[in-house]
Write a protein that binds this ligand. Structure first.
Ligand SMILES: NC(=O)C1=CN([C@@H]2O[C@H](COP(=O)(O)OP(=O)(O)OC[C@H]3O[C@@H](n4cnc5c(N)ncnc54)[C@H](O)[C@@H]3O)[C@@H](O)[C@H]2O)C=CC1
Ligand SMILES: O=P(O)(O)OC[C@H]1O[C@](O)(CO)[C@@H](O)[C@@H]1O
Length: 386
């Protein structure tokens, strides 16, 4: 019997260094789909690439036998691969999911009605990324087609955690990653038919896991990047070695800890151990990373349900001042990286909007929300200092 097919969108850091690796090791015939022509050509030109795990338990894996498709130049082949696939995963960035949806729709249209349901997992740093992708797919279907194709795909939300930094320019397709990883998936959508992917943790309810991950790993990492940027550091290890940056990250994580313990009933000691372990992961000297990469796309990171505003608003609503998160947001507002389109747009919004309009537009907070007044003041201060 031939191996089941897994189509993975996004052959970048997480695609090659984490999701693709686990799918390959699970025995899937792996098909990468990406819009980067150079990357696809390079994957086609080689039989394998290596994933180097550095950290506590260093080792190297070889990923072999994959195919690579250019989803911009040859969407038909991608749709055909999806029609035959058992699993579809993505690691393209939350804002890119809407561009993947039309290909999934084409794949479902080509899929035999008696095929097993396609199992789709968006592996992005966002709450409910698979739900977002499902909504984008449904938006492209007429009601009749939606009813016809309804049983052909199931979407399960995930939380993925592995630091895969910017890679050395001479690394080729090889990827250096930390040895730690966590891939948690909501078990409900796939029921008894869930795919056998060693390394995946199936849970009955994903919300506590994705919130713990996003509001600890990602809040902490992004705080280090923005405070590090403001202090003039280029490298993440340099930033984290700066006592003021480190103290700022710890303070922000103590605030999200309070929120997470309250929201999900985690033991305070367990959450403290979790955040301390993450601080150690951030400082892994074998991961060469930059504040520019970790701070990338500041407007996405400033949006309503992301790593800063969501926990800060919940704390403010519960009567706690999220001073450290506001300090991190203040540094985010000063993130000025010309090659990052969102950073440029952030500067434009700060230059052209009133503080009230900026907060509404960039964060989605409403005038009556608990954090709004403090944030408006912070934006006004930032504008005065520009
Ligand atoms: N790098 C990391 O440590 C982690 C990243 N993530 C998440 O994984 C996702 C990917 O991140 P990275 O791998 O770091 O980014 P990356 O930039 O290395 O890879 C993204 C890939 O997606 C491709 N892509 C962009 N638009 C596409 C489209 N329309 N169709 C197909 N492919 C497309 C790009 O060409 C690129 O190869 C993001 O959502 C990120 O938040 C999650 C956990 C850790
Ligand atoms: O695209 P984002 O949200 O910056 O995600 C990438 C970040 O997620 C992390 O992997 C943590 O999961 C960091 O390595 C990385 O900075």
């Amino acid at each position: 019997m031939s191996a089941p097919v897994a189509v993975h969108f996004g052959a970048g850091n997480i695609g090659r260094g984490f999701v693709g690796l686990l799918l390959d090791r699970a025995g899937y015939e792996l098909v990468f789909a990406d819009v980067n022509a150079g990357l696809i050509d390079a994957l086609r030109a080689t039989p394998s690439y290596r994933v180097h795990e550095v950290g506590e338990h260093p080792r190297t894996h070889e990923v072999t036998g994959f195919r690579a498709l250019n989803s911009a130049a040859d969407p038909r082949s991608v749709a055909e691969a999806i029609a035959d696939a058992r699993v579809v995963t993505t690691a393209v960035g939350p804002t890119v999911l809407r561009f993947i949806a039309p290909l999934i729709v084409e794949g479902l249209r080509l899929r035999a009605a008696d095929s097993p349901s396609l199992q789709i997992m968006a592996c992005e740093n966002a709450i409910g990324a698979s739900d977002t992708l499902a909504a984008e797919v449904r938006a492209l279907l007429s009601p009749a087609e939606a009813a016809e194709l309804a049983g052909r795909a199931e979407f399960a939300n995930t939380a993925v955690d592995r630091i895969v930094p910017a890679q050395a320019t001479d690394a080729g397709l090889d990827v250096t990653v930390e040895s730690y990883f966590e891939w948690v998936v909501d078990e409900r959508p796939f029921g008894e038919q869930r795919p056998d992917i060693p390394g995946v943790t199936w849970v009955p309810q994903l919300e506590p896991y994705i919130e713990r991950k996003l509001f600890t790993v990602n809040t902490g990492h992004a705080t280090a990047a923005y405070l590090g940027w403001l202090a003039g550091h280029e490298g993440m290890s340099e930033a984290l070695a700066d006592p003021e940056v480190h103290a700022g990250v710890l303070a922000a994580l103590r605030e999200t800890k309070e929120m997470l313990v309250r929201a999900h009933g985690f033991e305070a000691e367990a959450q403290e151990a979790y955040l301390q372990r993450i601080l150690t992961r951030f400082a892994n000297p074998q991961l060469t990373d930059t504040v520019r990469r970790v701070g990338r796309q500041p407007l996405r990171k400033l949006s309503r349900h992301e790593r800063f505003i969501e926990p800060a608003e919940r704390l403010a609503a519960a009567g706690t001042s999220p001073a450290a998160l506001l300090h991190a947001i203040s540094a985010l507002l000063r993130f000025d990286v010309p090659e990052d389109a969102e950073s440029v747009e952030l500067g434009r919004l700060l230059a052209t909007r009133s503080p009230e309009d900026f907060v509404a537009e960039a964060t989605g907070l409403l005038p009556g929300d608990a954090l709004t007044a403090q944030l408006v003041e912070l934006v006004a201060e930032t504008q005065r200092a520009r």
